[in-house]
Design a binder for this molecule. Structure first.
Ligand code: ZN
Length: 292
């Protein structure tokens, strides 16, 4: 189901300007006449100052949450319909994980299926036509897509695939990440894994190697300003040492100014981490004793 990683594109496929000069093009690809750039001086949009055009680009492409989704052999993205990512939680509806307020459900392999049942429902966040309109618009606006949106992932594979199907220079522009991940079985816990009769006990993306690779990718993102990671898990960790090993790869992500890790289980405070670990609010047993 994995999409093919980004190919190294020949220069005549560049979408951004400037293009190779005609003499270069003729020398390299004498047969082809692709990627011609036409002056846009008659366009009313292009007559506006660049600052105003940039405001328009940002309004069209940016400042949203983009839910990245897995499809068969490709990725898609859906613009969040909720006012903010916080108001669009991923939940279990008794059957599967879903974001019913926003975009539908996923199957057991985390492949997205739309609420409408229409498998051809577009998953491009309605931004591709704008970007394809004109090479100059593409060049002037594409950075806003990556730098001003929150990229939301509910699958570790999806994040890994996104990193290898996006131009590295664009991927590096991302500033905001929202990750929700349901752990299916305890990681870094050999005793719990021995209970599973499969070998290896955990398959990707639920294994430790995928977990570490994901955080290696995130730690290398140079412009991150905010990460919110929500880790869901049916139970707590059997011992704090396992939890510490699970959190160790997150400690390498030191770039973001704000880094929140929400976990669904109780436990001890941790120290010296670049993130704020937020645990669920518990009932105070002392207080309950007094009541009794
Ligand atoms: Zn949403």
């Amino acid at each position: 189901m994995a999409p093919r990683p980004l190919a190294i594109r020949p220069p005549e496929r560049n979408l951004t300007i400037p293009l190779p000069t005609p003499s270069e093009k003729t020398a390299i690809y004498p047969q082809r006449e692709r990627g011609r750039t036409v002056e846009q001086t008659h366009s009313r949009l292009m007559q506006l100052p660049l600052e105003l055009r940039q405001m328009i680009y940002r309004a069209v492409l940016g400042d949203s949450t983009m839910h990245m989704i897995l499809k068969r052999n490709k990725l898609g993205h859906l613009r969040c319909k909720a006012p903010s990512a916080l108001e669009c939680p991923l939940g279990y509806n008794g059957r599967t994980l879903s974001r019913e307020c926003c975009w539908g459900t996923v199957d057991s392999a985390n492949i997205w299926s739309p609420m409408s049942g229409n498998v051809d429902e577009p998953t491009d966040g309605n931004i591709i036509p704008f970007l394809q309109t004109c090479r100059q618009i593409y060049s002037e606006s594409i950075d806003f897509l990556y730098s001003t949106n929150c990229f939301s992932f509910s699958d570790l594979d999806c994040l890994r695939y996104f990193s290898c199907t996006t131009l590295p220079a664009r991927f590096a522009l991302i500033q905001t990440l929202d990750i929700e991940w349901c752990m299916s079985w305890p990681i870094y816990d050999p005793i719990a894994q021995a209970l599973l009769l499969s070998n290896p006990a955990l398959y990707p993306p639920h294994d430790e190697a995928t977990w570490e690779e994901t955080w290696r990718i995130i730690a290398d993102m140079p412009n991150l300003k905010f990460i919110r990671a929500s880790l869901l898990y049916f139970d707590g960790f059997r011992d704090p040492g396992c939890e510490e090993r699970m959190l160790a790869p997150l400690r390498k992500a030191t770039t973001p100014k704000r880094f929140e890790v929400h976990v669904s289980w109780a436990g001890d405070e941790i120290e010296g981490a670049p993130f704020q670990l937020i645990r669920p609010i518990r009932h105070d047993p002392d207080f309950e004793d007094e009541e009794w």
